[in-house]
Design a protein around this ligand. Structure first.
Ligand code: C2E
Ligand code: MG
Ligand code: MG
Ligand code: MG
Length: 280
């Protein structure tokens, strides 16, 4: 009896594994297809100045609708592209799309667009060349691009090389921010050396404001530290008026979240730029 059970379990496990492999292979094949066709798309989420209520920037977020698979989340696509060695191709397409879009929006308002980067892009020797090429091809001022990197970046063995890469980026006038701040392992000593402009306070802290004492203390500590280091703080995932009020009261400069706006398709952005962006 127990032998039989064991066998069944084995068979179940086996078929589950191959099902997963099949799905992954299909996803892989579709991703290759999407990259070849240039079928990836971006949505743009407003970044709001908490003191003025004005739109001060946008964040580009990857969207992929596949005819066969439907909508596939970036949380699934990005790690897959990293595993398959496709992240550089994908990242270049994202940068190209953002620069092309910025060129179209320039006559409306000049607000920076933030692009999320995979740490693998920053480790590539081609990255700076790709970046320079995009900016010059679409004639984009470097100040209009912001790059968001996560703390997974901070691998001690690579600290020196990464610091040099960030300095090369920053010296071009491109803005840099640390995404999902507070969830990784960057040391404060290292953080102090980085040529960055802003920290993005992770949504996991923001969502429990202002009721939860622990998250209140963490948020205040991040805001205090950022002020001391001359960095701005952008709160992610603001969903309620109470969260926005708490953050404004404690001098958090910017916020993003469903309370202000969901990520928008590109054609919905001009309305926001006309109404909400400060006049240039
Ligand atoms: P992220 O950069 O931290 O982006 C914020 C995520 O939170 C986005 O999810 C956004 O849609 C979502 N979000 C924004 N406001 C709220 C809110 O009020 N409540 C909740 N519950 N969620 C909110 P999304 O678009 O699914 O992206 C997930 C992650 O995928 C991003 O996290 C980023 O790390 C990565 N990603 C997205 N686009 C790209 C890309 O072009 N390149 C790379 N390398 N990574 C990307
Ligand atoms: Mg981000
Ligand atoms: Mg984030
Ligand atoms: Mg996040």
């Amino acid at each position: 009896r127990s032998k039989e059970l064991g066998r069944n379990k084995f068979r179940f496990y086996n078929s589950e594994m191959s099902e997963r492999t099949r799905q992954e292979m299909r996803l892989e094949e579709r991703l290759h297809h999407a990259l070849a066709k240039g079928a990836l798309n971006l949505h743009y989420q407003p970044k709001i100045n908490l003191a003025s209520g004005c739109l001060e920037g946008l964040e580009a977020l990857l969207r992929w609708h596949d005819d066969e698979l439907g909508q596939v989340s970036p949380a699934e696509v990005i790690p897959l592209a990293e595993r398959l060695g496709l992240i550089e191709t994908l990242g270049t397409q994202v940068l190209e799309m953002v620069c092309a879009q910025l060129q179209k929006w320039q006559h409306l308002a000049r607000v920076p667009v933030a692009v999320n980067l995979s740490v693998l892009q920053l480790q590539s020797e081609h990255f700076l060349r790709v970046l320079d090429h995009c900016l010059s091809r679409y004639q984009i001022a470097p100040e209009l691009i912001e790059l968001e990197i996560t703390e997974s970046f901070f691998i001690p063995e690579r600290a020196e090389a990464m610091l040099a890469m960030l300095e090369a980026i920053r010296s071009r006038g491109i803005r840099l921010s640390i995404d999902d701040f507070g969830t990784g392992y960057s040391s404060l000593a290292y953080l102090r050396k980085l040529p960055i402009n802003a920290l993005k306070l992770d949504r996991s802290f923001v969502q429990n404001l202002p009721g939860s004492q622990g998250e209140v203390e963490i948020s205040l500590a991040v805001l205090g530290m950022a002020r001391g280091l001359g960095l701005e703080v952008i709160a992610e995932g603001v969903e309620t008026a109470a969260q926005a009020e708490f953050l404004a009261k404690h001098h958090c400069q910017q916020a993003q979240g469903f309370y202000f706006s969901r990520p928008l398709p590109a054609d919905a952005v001009p309305r926001w730029l006309e109404i909400n962006a400060p006049n240039q």
